[in-house]
Write a protein that binds this ligand. Structure first.
Ligand SMILES: NC(=O)c1ccc[n+]([C@@H]2O[C@H](COP(=O)([O-])OP(=O)(O)OC[C@H]3O[C@@H](n4cnc5c(N)ncnc54)[C@H](OP(=O)(O)O)[C@@H]3O)[C@@H](O)[C@H]2O)c1
Length: 397
């Protein structure tokens, strides 16, 4: 079988295509025939390493945490009826050498989650890191909820910073599914459209001088929860819009890793800062997240669903590669999923194409034929690669 690997950290040219034996599942494991592999920032940050010359954690690493495919083998102690089950994969490469950028992956059965027939593999490979991170962010407030379902966030206002990002997009969809009013911040009109397509009630340009006033006009009592991608850069904005007892769920260091806050200002209003790393979320909370994301997925696909917004609907396109397609619209016409950053292992990793490709074509951020991206974001993704290799994103997350 074919696999993408790297044995040293660095730019995308450390990635190699190799041939490996098809792995056998061990006790408690399943083997998944990978159809689509998803790429997240965590994957390229790990490949790049935190500092020049850093060794990868294993002698040979297969990248990518997320993916989707079909179970085609089970190990001892696993129900053989699972063979043939379509699944989405999560945290495949966390503390393991085996990510999803290979034709077959063996992993613990609990990390292969059933994917409804109606949901595409593209969609399945878009869920893991973004959706589980978003779920954690939406469930860490002091008063809960710990689990999401329709109505669970009714009466709450959620601010999603960076609503056009992958995690932001998932947060908007899950928050709307759970009944929250959702305000998203964005930086361009195009991103505002993406955030609204995901279900955001309003999109506000966070760079505008009056962003706080605009958000306050929408939520006069303040927002209850902020899903925050850039806690340092947005510290003043967040402090300006939070309601009493509000929570900032901070999951990234975009815009800076040192956070300065007014202790007195936040203390008086009982503000909570909760930091989130998807990998180390408590086991029980992660189980709930997987169940809730699956429920949202099933809900979005249900033909009888009459929700005003149906999250996690799959693309209707039959093409195997990533795209952003309107899915079956609900009454609001807002049932979209931004399926992106996907690698179709089966169809696109052709040795013949690779042998004639230059090493840099292995970059997941370049528009070569076998990596696929949301076309509208392709240019930005290429820029991000350049920025990342320029050291603008120190650290793993
Ligand atoms: N802690 C965890 O478990 C975890 C999990 C997943 C991802 N992450 C990290 O989270 C970050 C985002 O991941 P992603 O996959 O969602 O990336 P992404 O798709 O590139 O989205 C990043 C978003 O952040 C927005 N953004 C940047 N600075 C902002 C600011 N000051 N205010 C508001 N929005 C801002 C960007 O919008 P503009 O371009 O308009 O600024 C963009 O929409 C990455 O650093 C990733 O490593 C962490």
């Amino acid at each position: 079988m074919r696999a993408i690997v790297y044995s040293q950290t660095g730019d995308p040219d450390v990635l190699r295509l190799v041939d490996r034996p098809v792995p056998e599942p061990g006790p408690g494991e399943v083997r998944v025939a990978v159809r689509v592999s998803g790429v997240n920032p965590t994957d390229w940050k790990a490949r790049r390493g935190a500092r020049p010359g850093e060794r990868p954690p294993f002698a040979e690493m297969v990248p990518n945490q997320d993916g989707a495919g079909i179970i085609d083998g089970v190990g001892e102690g696993v129900d053989s009826a699972l063979a043939g089950q379509r699944v989405w994969i999560c945290e495949a490469a966390w503390q393991r050498a085996e990510g999803s950028a290979q034709e077959y992956i063996v992993l613990p059965a609990r990390q292969a989650v059933p994917l409804p027939d109606a949901a595409s593999f593209d969609l399945g490979a878009s869920l893991g890191i973004p959706a589980l991170t978003a779920h954690r962010c939406l469930t860490v407030s002091d008063e809960g909820p710990r689990s999401l379902a329709p109505g669970a966030l009714a009466g709450r206002t959620v601010l999603v910073a960076g609503g056009a990002g992958a995690v932001g997009h998932a947060a908007i969809q899950l928050a709307r599914w759970a009944g929250a009013q959702v305000v998203a911040t964005i930086s361009t009109q195009r991103k505002a459209e993406l955030a609204r397509a995901a279900g955001a009630d309003r999109a506000v340009d966070y760079r505008r001088r009056h962003a706080v006033d605009e958000i306050r006009a929408l939520a006069p009592e303040g927002v209850d929860l902020i899903v925050e991608v850039a806690p340092a850069a947005n510290a003043d904005l967040d402090a300006g819009v939070l309601a009493e007892n509000g929570t900032v769920a901070a999951y990234a260091t975009d815009g800076g890793g040192e956070l300065t806050v007014s202790v007195r200002g936040l203390m008086y209003r009982n503000i909570r800062y909760q930091f989130v790393l998807v990998y180390t979320v408590p086991v029980e909370a992660k189980k709930i997240a997987v169940a809730d994301v699956s429920a949202a997925l099933a809900d979005g696909r249900s033909p009888s669903a009459k929700k005003p917004d149906c999250p996690y609907t799959a693309s209707r396109s039959s093409k195997p590669l990533m795209r952003m397609q309107p899915s079956k619209p609900g009454p609001s016409g807002r049932c979209w999923w931004t399926s992106r950053r996907l690698l179709d292992v089966k169809k696109n990793v052709e040795p013949v194409a690779l042998s004639s490709a230059s090493p840099s074509d292995f970059s997941p951020w370049r528009p070569v034929s076998w990596w696929s991206f949301l076309p509208a974001l392709r240019a930005r993704r290429c820029c991000q690669l350049r920025r990342s290799t320029g050291g603008r994103h120190p650290g793993f997350h």
